[in-house]
Design a protein around this ligand. Structure first.
Ligand code: ADP
Ligand code: C5P
Length: 245
């Protein structure tokens, strides 16, 4: 999933004419814990012109024909850390962070493969990376300015996941439960929940927790203001626009 807000703009420049790297927010948590919902809430409330949400599902490794066959039988493990291509993720996010045009593919959960659509993105001032493994890879962690973990009850997540996967991802309830028992639950306990230790901010109950959401948004906005304080005044920005980036 990729979501953009506002119209495009040229990259920002610092007083010495360098590109100002984008501010990067990571959001992890269980499947259906509310990561995407929290990311969208941040987008709605941020006072910045150009925010992009990149989902880690854009970086699923491509399946072999046999793996794909198993995936349609709910027998493929999409919840092991090795199901992601962190090299591609890192390259794409490094590009985006520098404001360079980057192709981000969209994922289709009903076919277990990238959809035919992919988008070129560039010049974001804030990048939000969300996914169950958003706070897993050390190189991705090193790029992030703030790291958030959404901590929602497992049974709430499972109930939401069954509803969503049936309504939006072309699944049947029994298949969702089979995949959950076999892969999703053990991987959450073994790999995903431990990444809570990498978080700066933990949000219990996700979007329902209005106090935590409010505090988090204030914090991120303050950090972002400090980050952007090195920006030049608009008149000077114009003068530097044509400098090589
Ligand atoms: P994630 O990105 O972690 O998988 P989502 O934000 O997509 O989770 O939420 C999963 C499902 O649960 C979606 O259908 C969403 O609309 C729903 N959902 C998320 N947060 C809430 C909430 N606080 N109350 C009710 N439904 C919610
Ligand atoms: O959006 P969400 O965080 O729930 O996405 C992650 C989940 O998507 C994983 O728990 C994985 O089981 C599931 N998945 C799937 N089919 C795919 C790819 C991922 O069910 N083809």
């Amino acid at each position: 999933t990729l979501m953009l807000r506002s119209a495009g703009r040229p990259p920002w420049y610092t007083p010495d004419g360098q590109n100002l790297p984008a501010y990067m927010i990571g959001i992890a948590g269980a499947s259906a814990s509310g990561k995407t919902s929290v990311a969208r809430r941040i987008v709605e409330s941020m006072d910045v012109p150009w925010v992009v949400i990149v989902s880690m599902d854009s970086f699923y490794r491509q399946l072999t024909p046999e793996e794909s066959r198993q995936a349609f039988l709910n027998n493929h493990d999409f919840d092991h850390p090795s199901s992601y291509d962190y090299g591609t993720a890192l390259a794409a996010l490094e590009h985006l962070k520098q404001g360079l045009a980057t192709q981000v593919s969209q994922y289709d959960f009903s076919t277990h493969s990238p959809s035919s659509e992919s988008q070129y993105v560039y010049g974001a001032s804030v990048i939000i990376v969300e996914g169950i493994f958003a706070l897993y890879d050390p190189k991705l962690l090193a790029m992030m300015d703030v790291k958030i973990f959404v901590d929602t009850d497992s049974d709430v997540c499972l109930a939401r996941r069954i509803r969503r996967d049936v309504a939006e991802r072309g699944r049947d309830p029994l298949g969702v439960l089979q995949q959950y028992d076999r892969f999703v639950k053990p991987a959450f306990d073994g790999f995903v929940r431990p990444t809570m230790n990498n978080a700066d901010i933990i949000i219990p109950r996700g979007l329902d927790n209005e106090v935590a959401i409010g505090l988090m948004i204030q914090h991120v906005q303050r950090r972002l203001d400090a980050h952007n304080a090195v920006l030049m005044r608009p008149a000077l920005v114009r003068r530097f626009r044509d400098l090589p980036g």
